[in-house]
Design a protein around this ligand. Structure first.
Ligand code: PLP
Length: 422
């Protein structure tokens, strides 16, 4: 029966039953971690061939450049050509970098703050605000917080943010300089931006002439179903809308090959690529081209990436199904929580009764189940409704995912019963 319809006696019974289950959970002394969306060892093993590449005596790219040496700031052509069709960015407008797209986002932000974009003076002398669709990625918010950028939350739906909110915020306030977007299988709620929403974002009039969309396509090819939808040509749409320089595209192979040793990408208009490379040239004399070569030899082409992602899906999908099955079985009848059923990406977003997420996460922690901090998916770590919990099922073994989610469900029930009884 629905939690809201339970009588006081039934609630007391639920609390007693949940407390007993929770005490048993404490007895088990679990040590499980569902905090971060890391690939599992089985997923990393898929790319172990990289450890043998490029192989002794092999160090030149297709153009004959010695990859052991300095230079080539834009990155190897072959690796850019592999990812260009997957990201919907022409290879000439794509930069291949080192192992973390987060570093590129950091740099793009800091270059804008200290040097200005192609469209205006440096941001650091003015108040700067970023729109943050919520729930969102905690590290995007950490970047803003670290550099004094005020974050303005906007509601994120399954196909993108609330456009009325976005349009109203950008229209009159020139300090709104940017916006975070995770367009495909957003972290954490799996939203996929539609072409219609994308078009609206690149077309809308903004008070700031140097407004930038930080389009972080981290999960562009991370499908959990057979519907392998292609990336939206956001740069083409922006150009057609008369705002060719509005969008910075970011991506990486972190969750394709090795999370700590992949290749990252920056894509944008020709003017923005020249701007980025100009500043980058001060920071580095070139990326790790041997890693580019290794990836090009291993992945071969876009189809090679798609094949590899299907192998990831085989490993990941059962874990996601298991989470859905356990949450439905344990929480479904009480209709007290809702959770996403993502078609890709790395996360399930769980909404528990308002005001209980922190308590649930604390109970889980005490029972040895580490969850991402409640509120982490919101700017400044503040979930105004204290209801959202991010579940990252990729890393633990299937049996551990099951034990952790079952334990989490016990914590949700206990916290909800406690709250209703006051
Ligand atoms: N962007 C999003 C949305 C992510 O979820 C993550 C990792 O969880 C990253 C970026 C990190 O990417 P990278 O490993 O390329 O720095």
């Amino acid at each position: 029966m629905r939690l809201s319809e339970l009588s006081r006696d039934e609630l007391v019974a639920l609390r007693t039953e949940s407390q007993t289950a929770y005490d048993a959970l404490l007895e088990r002394g679990l040590k499980l971690d569902l905090t971060r969306g890391k690939p599992s060892a089985a997923q990393l093993d898929l790319s172990n061939e990289l450890l043998e590449l490029p192989g002794a005596g092999r160090y030149t790219d297709a153009a004959g450049v010695d990859c052991r040496n300095y230079g080539g700031t834009q990155g190897l052509t072959e690796v850019r050509e592999i990812f260009a069709p997957l990201l919907g960015v022409p290879a000439a407008q794509l930069v291949a970098g080192d192992n973390a797209s987060l570093s590129i986002m950091h740099d793009a932000l800091v270059f804008s703050l200290l040097k200005g974009t192609t469209d205006g003076p440096r941001w650091v002398d003015q108040p700067v605000k970023f729109l943050c669709p919520v729930p969102g990625y905690d590290r995007h918010f950490a970047l803003c917080e670290a550099y004094g950028i005020e974050m303005v939350p906007v509601d994120l739906g399954p196909h993108g943010p609330d456009l009325d909110q976005v349009r109203a915020l950008v229209a009159d306030d020139p300090s709104v300089k940017g916006m975070w977007v995770v367009p495909t299988y957003a972290n954490p709620d799996g939203a996929v931006y539609s072409e219609e929403v994308t078009r609206a974002l690149v077309e809308m009039e903004t008070a700031a002439p140097d407004f930038r969309i930080f389009w972080d396509n981290a999960y562009a090819v991370h499908h959990l179903t057979e519907d392998e939808r292609p990336a939206i040509d956001v740069l083409g749409l922006a150009e057609a809308a008369g705002h060719p320089d509005r969008v910075f595209v970011f991506a990486s192979s972190s969750k394709i090959t090795f999370a700590g040793a992949g290749v990252s990408f920056f894509g944008s208009s020709p003017a923005n690529v020249a701007w980025y490379l100009g500043h980058l040239a001060v920071r580095t004399i070139g990326p790790d081209k041997l890693n580019h070569l290794r990836h090009a030899l291993y992945l071969r082409d876009a189809e090679g990436v798609r094949r590899l992602m299907r192998a990831h899906r085989e490993i990941l999908r059962p874990k996601f199904d298991q989470v859905a099955e356990i949450l439905t079985r344990r929480l479904g009848e009480h209709e007290l929580a809702s959770w996403t059923d993502p078609e890709g990406g790395y996360f399930i977003s769980l909404d528990v009764p308002d005001g209980t997420a922190s308590r649930v996460v604390a109970l889980a922690k005490q029972a040895g189940i580490a969850m991402t901090a409640a509120g982490a998916a919101f700017p400044y770590g503040r979930d105004p409704r204290d209801r959202n919990i991010r579940i990252a099922p990729s890393m633990p073994a299937p049996a551990d995912v099951a034990a952790a989610i079952d334990g989490l469900a016990t914590c949700v029930l206990l916290a909800a019963a406690e709250q209703r009884l006051g």
